[in-house]
Design a protein around this ligand. Structure first.
Ligand code: UDP
Ligand code: MG
Length: 220
């Protein structure tokens, strides 16, 4: 019996210092799934593009989409989700803040029939200001009636049936954080201590974060 296919979607913006370690850790995983890695290069300028191209050339489990200008993580993920054809997909940051080893626990839930498996940041190593901003965002979202599980990000596994529904949504509502709004799908949460970024600093500026928070809250 052939193994199910899991698409790992990785948005990349200037992550050359993290990519070798990320791919090394991914290659050591022993999982009951065929992994297909889909990297979305968000117009990197630091050599990530060339590194990924070379890697994709000799490893056919890796495919690469290169965006000619920076679109931001959300648009990059959206683009990849549109073309994903796996039995399930998972979104994973390139900076190792989404530990690849957590996939084993996420897959175990999926194999038992759970359609949305969300990694939950039980403990986070972000700077104080960032944690404060996150706290404010989740409290405001709750007050606005948005059902977003606090302390979660895009690190989540989604069954292809949910992906199909997601793809059919119009753009502003088509955001991964909103899929927990939908009733009728079985969800599970896998807690993990969120490590600090392995190398470099966040690719989000304060204004990027404010824009993202506002874009999400406007959907309430
Ligand atoms: N990223 C991207 N485009 C951007 C900003 C970020 O593709 O404009 C990618 C980045 O390379 C990383 C992921 O999105 O793989 C999360 O970014 P980051 O770690 O900077 O976000 P944070 O962890 O600070 O929320
Ligand atoms: Mg990060």
């Amino acid at each position: 019996m052939s193994l199910p296919r899991l698409d790992i979607i990785i948005p990349v913006r200037n992550e050359i210092a993290n990519l070798p370690c990320l791919f090394d850790r991914l290659s050591h995983l022993r999982l009951p799934a065929q992994l297909q890695i889909l990297c979305i290069d968000d117009a990197s300028t630091d050599g990530s593009t060339a590194w990924l191209r070379e890697r994709a050339e000799y490893d056919d489990r890796i495919s690469l989409i290169h965006l000619a200008r920076r679109h931001g993580k959300e648009a990059a993920l959206d683009h990849a989700i549109q073309v994903s054809t796996g039995d399930a997909l998972v979104c994973m940051d390139a900076d190792l803040q989404d530990p690849p080893e957590l996939l084993a626990a996420m897959l175990a839930h999926w194999e038992r029939g759970t359609q949305i498996v969300i990694a939950h940041r039980a403990h986070r190593n972000d700077p104080l200001l960032r944690r404060l901003a996150a706290w404010t965002f989740y409290r405001t979202a709750g007050l606005c009636g948005l059902r977003i599980v606090p302390d979660t990000g895009d690190y989540r596994l989604i069954d292809r049936r949910v992906v199909r529904v997601f793809r059919a949504l119009p753009r502003p509502k088509r955001h991964l954080r909103f899929i927990t709004q939908w009733r009728g799908y079985e969800e599970a949460v896998v807690p993990y201590p969120r490590p600090a970024r392995q190398a470099g600093t966040s690719r989000y500026s304060t204004s990027d974060l404010l824009k993202l928070g506002w874009a999400l809250l406007r959907q309430a």
